[in-house]
Ligand binder design. Structure first.
Ligand code: DGL
Length: 286
């Protein structure tokens, strides 16, 4: 246990605005921490792109945050965590935290009263690249080889959620189309392996019913951060300091400011535009 503190911000990056679910979970859990959020709105979506491309983008995003002097980096984007992080998290001096390992831990944790010894059946939903990477499948298999994992890419969820159709007949129909086989298979746990999906968690809970536990990757991130503080991997901000949140986007996406304001509360949120050469310039070292 150390009494040291670190006033630097925690960096959070995502392909766009979905990572705001993570920013909110982190802010709610650690209101004293300053945050520096980068939304790569110019290059969204990441979830349809190859691991090679997503890795190159992630390096540039991380380099940008490091130039802003962050003490740790959270890869809010599940696609980055799944397809890029295993190869690059060790390349940096600050901790780079992804969601997959902690998501697997959370999925395998047994609820109180849940029978032991029963093989687990875990559903994983995410973008095409996240599902194709099989990162969750491997992370779960390492912990529990007997667990069964059923995956399903749900590429239409992100645009529906960005359209604000969080409780809409069309979204319900798409859920039914994608996930009826998974429900029929009788999963006990569902990992929401995408930044956006916490916003339709109520709809998914409704579809799967009370027997299926939902693991929300935004909350998992807050838990991962809690652990990093506890282990002294990241030092907390000094108490009584002023917590600031700076937002950067790579394109002027009209909804970002409204959504950030709705999500994070407060009056007018200040969002700065990153010039495209500024993002790429910083990665030249790579
Ligand atoms: N942020 C992405 C994720 O969590 C979803 C949006 C995208 O495809 O870029 O996988």
């Amino acid at each position: 246990v150390t009494n040291s503190t670190d006033a630097r911000a925690i960096g959070i990056f995502d392909s766009g605005l979905g990572g705001l679910t993570v920013a909110r979970a982190v802010r709610d859990a650690f209101p004293g921490e300053s945050l520096c959020y980068l939304g790569d709105t110019a290059r969204v979506p990441y979830g349809t792109k190859s691991a090679t491309t997503v890795t190159a983008y992630a390096r540039e995003d991380i380099a940008f945050l490091l130039r802003h002097g962050v003490k740790a980096v959270i890869a809010a984007c599940n696609t980055v965590s799944a397809a890029a992080l295993p190869g690059l998290a060790d390349d940096y001096d600050v901790p780079v935290i992804g969601v997959v390992e902690k998501g697997a831990d959370a999925a395998l944790a047994r609820d109180e009263g849940q029978a032991d010894g029963h093989p687990r059946k875990i559903g994983v939903i995410g973008t095409e690249t996240t599902v194709g990477s099989e990162a969750y499948v491997r992370a779960i298999a390492r912990r529990s080889p007997e667990a069964q994992v059923l995956q399903k890419a749900c590429p239409l969820f992100v645009p529906l959620i960005e359209e604000g159709w969080l409780d809409h007949a069309v979204t319900r129909e798409v859920v039914r189309e994608y996930l009826t086989p998974m429900r029929a298979d009788g999963i006990d746990t569902l990992i929401l392996g995408c930044t956006h999906y916490p916003l339709i968690a109520p709809l998914l809970a409704d579809f799967f019913g009370p027997g299926v536990r939902i693991v929300d990757s935004a909350r998992v991130m807050a838990i991962a951060l809690e652990r990093a503080f506890r282990k002294g991997v990241i030092l907390p901000a000094p108490t009584g300091g002023e917590a600031r949140i700076n937002y950067f986007v790579t394109d002027r996406y009209h909804r970002f400011r409204d959504l950030a304001t709705a999500f994070m509360g407060g009056d007018c949120i200040d969002v700065q535009l990153v010039a495209s050469d500024e993002l790429v310039a910083g990665s030249v070292a790579w």
